[in-house]
Design a protein around this ligand. Sequence first.
Ligand SMILES: NC(=O)c1ccc[n+]([C@@H]2O[C@H](COP(=O)([O-])OP(=O)(O)OC[C@H]3O[C@@H](n4cnc5c(N)ncnc54)[C@H](O)[C@@H]3O)[C@@H](O)[C@H]2O)c1
Length: 267
Amino acid sequence: MRVLLTGAAGHIGTVVAQRLADRHDFRGLDLRVAPQAWAGEYVVGDCADPDIASEAVAGMDAVVHLAGIATEASLPAILHSHVESTAALLDAMVEHGVDRMVYASSNHAVGMTPRTDLLPTSTRARPDTFYGVGKVAAEGLLSLYADRHGIASVAIRIGSFLERPTSRRNLATWLSYDDCAAMVHAALTAELEGYTPIYGISANSDRWWDLEPGRALGYHPSDDAADYASGVEHRPEDEAEGAYVGGPFATGAEDRRPFGSDAVDDD
Ligand SMILES: NC(=O)c1ccc[n+]([C@@H]2O[C@H](COP(=O)([O-])OP(=O)(O)OC[C@H]3O[C@@H](n4cnc5c(N)ncnc54)[C@H](O)[C@@H]3O)[C@@H](O)[C@H]2O)c1
């Protein structure tokens, strides 16, 4: 497929592009210049700009929308980054007859949900930050454009995209590089109608988010954070972080780890 990959210079974008290069033709879009290893077409610009979005979407079969501030920020910045960008891309898809979007949503869309035995994707929106509010609103746009314009979409509520799990919470929330690529491929190629939220995690033995909606799309994860459990230290904050879906974002802990680095992202 010809796929527009927004956020192509970011952590997830570079991993997805590398791992799926032999299956899809990617056109990258990012505020930042193309990574050194980038091989295909590439647009530098803001995907919330309707002209940039239209130029980038033209000629594509699908959009994988990863671009956005991957952490908490001011509400105006979040609305631009997650809501206006998604709307501009969806409008461009309507304009050019492109009918599938795979969207990087987040567990923080439901982050204030107390831990249950198994969290279904049908749980109500319960954001833990402005960042989570942005993801909820972007998912709302996916639902609207599915109903109004027939654009099929998968909103992947990503857990913790890391090379390896680094905290006790990650033993439930980890999404490995290989599984992430497999999930994006499944979301691009599955028989699909309407808007479908799924949880973006690996086959972690300690998970408490429902993997079945992803499996129904053909996502069959193979990695398990438990394989790394012996190397993950116990910390005093582990218990509080495990109480809510959004972990440290939901507790509002002052020592919440920043992310955006290679080591610790949206977690
Ligand atoms: N990494 C995780 O664990 C995780 C978890 C949940 C959700 N997510 C979501 O996945 C997506 C990708 O995350 P990441 O970890 O790769 O983040 P990242 O910060 O590494 O990459 C994001 C990329 O988006 C680009 N970008 C931001 N706003 C843009 C805009 N308006 N137009 C064009 N490009 C723009 C940035 O320049 C950057 O290269 C984000 O939407 C994030 O919220 C990530």
